[in-house]
Design a protein around this ligand. Structure first.
Ligand code: ADP
Ligand code: ZN
Length: 215
């Protein structure tokens, strides 16, 4: 499959992408994960991106496009991909359109995950992440807590609240989403690529997406 996942922070893009990739081996491409790995590794890219990310701001389009142009040409993308967290702005979507044309890649469609705002807020403030960059398991202090001593059930590393998951940064990320990313819904509607799913349960949503792919 070749799809893009759209949705607010906390809509479940990461979970849905992971489940979809397990179905047919399509790779999950998360710009957030790529950027966080670069920050941990202390690379030039990471140094440039860190400040924006900690504030809950978007990283500049030019930086993201450089990453994605390279990423889409890696051999594992040939089988298919699920983009999670990209594109995030109208300029990124426009540049992606020309990039896909240049590489002769055509998308199946764009999935828009619709989740009510109160559900999103609750999920984001209760989310915790494994601090081990190789693991990054996601927990929820209410519905899926880590070990009682605050360590990861998978790898034993401390489970933490990400710098961009403080309440202030979360509100800012949601504002940024509304201002910069929500307009992509209209963009892809015009392109005839948009498919919207009311999504509260990732597993069910994945089933619906697969049905839409088969149709
Ligand atoms: P979220 O949980 O907000 O969906 P991600 O894990 O997708 O977060 O991304 C984390 C941060 O990385 C974003 O807040 C932003 O700073 C940066 N980022 C990720 N993808 C993009 C993108 N396509 N364009 C600009 N910035 C991005
Ligand atoms: Zn872990």
């Amino acid at each position: 499959m070749k799809i893009i996942l759209l949705g607010a922070p906390g809509a479940g893009k990461g979970t849905v992408a992971k489940l979809l990739s397990e179905i047919d081996g399509s790779v999950q491409i998360s710009t957030g994960d790529i950027l966080r790995a670069a920050v941990k590794a202390g690379s030039e890219l990471g140094k440039e991106a860190k400040g924006y990310m900690d504030r809950g701001d978007l990283v500049p389009d030019s930086l993201i496009m450089k990453i994605m142009e390279a990423r889409l040409q890696e051999p594992d993308c040939e089988k298919g991909f699920i983009m999670d967290g990209f594109p995030r702005t109208i300029p990124q979507a426009e540049e992606l359109k020309s990039l896909l044309q240049k590489l002769s890649i055509s998308l199946d469609f764009v999935v828009n995950l619709e989740v009510p705002r109160d559900v999103i807020l609750d999920r984001l403030t209760t989310r915790r992440t494994c601090s081990n960059p190789a693991c990054q398991e996601i927990y929820n202090i209410k519905s899926n807590p880590p070990n009682p001593d605050g360590t990861c059930k998978k790898c034993g590393s401390p489970v933490i609240q990400r710098d961009d998951e403080t309440e202030e940064a979360i509100l800012h990320r949601l504002e940024t989403y509304n201002a910069k990313t929500a307009p992509l819904i209209g963009f892809y509607e015009k392109e005839g690529l948009l498919r919207s799913f009311r999504s509260l349960e990732s597993k069910k949503t994945v089933e619906e997406i697969v049905k839409t792919l088969e149709a």
